[in-house]
Design a protein around this ligand. Sequence first.
Ligand code: SF4
Length: 319
Amino acid sequence: MAATAVAAAAEAPELSDEFVQRFQPIRFEPVPFAMEMPVRLPQDINGRHLPVLSKSAMEDIWCPLRFQQRRLLKKYGHSSVDLLAGNAGEAGIEAMLDANLLRGQRMSIADALDIVDDVWVKTLRTEYVDFRDERPSVARDQVKVCVRHYLKEVVPSIVGAGWRLVALQHGFNEYLAPHLRWSVNGVIDQVWHHPETGLYQFRDTKIRRSDMQAWRAHRDRQASLYVSAAHRAGLLLDAFYFDSYNRKIGTLKVLRTTRTARAITETWATVQSAVVQITTFNDRLGLHTPWPMTLDHEHWRCSQAYCSVWSACPRGQVA
Ligand code: SF4
């Protein structure tokens, strides 16, 4: 695998300045209804206006109560085992991709698995992780099985199909309107380019206790934002791929998803409306009265396993 990867590194194009610049702030196309946008996001408990809706804040914005508890009152709660699994797995995969496909070095899969172990151990030293009914050592070994499979089987198949890795953790920052004093930013895990067709593809690896359902991939809001960023940058995007592992049984599901222009517009409209909603709750109820919870109980985070403010939520109190 390493030989294939190093050979590919020599041919991989650099991410051009134009590509990077075109990911910078873009003009927002208005949604088809009038909505006054707040110029600033609410202040947190330390009196600081939030400057951006980050990748992770975007996961909270859909539930006002969760946003209030986590982003404004800074009650983040404990980490879940799947958050740890995802972070540790991603660290191992990206270290090897970075070394072998971007820097022309040689890193072995064994070294990548050592990085998984390092991240795992360091996280457990500094954070409380709720393993629920799982044994930590078993969960860690499941992650390593997935990482080994990804580096040994999946990456060579992508490279073999003519794709060249051009960026890892590629950030973008978008302003919905020029006068706003906040923006939306995000980070695309992997950006691949196909020199023959000129197409790009984005990939995101998920390692969780269960794999992602296809309908979730097609509705995932982060994917919508990232596809939107590609469209606005004028990239020819093949698709967004979720490489989704069920770590319990070690299976991989590759989910390919795209977005229509209308779906992208609707995503931005939803961001607008969510921001108006949290600003309104902040103005009317303040920081210390619990805000209403989400109506979207289909969101994957809306459960005891994935919502760290579950105990503060009426849903948690009646479950
Ligand atoms: S469980 Fe669902 S409704 Fe309750 S705070 Fe969390 S995301 Fe919101």
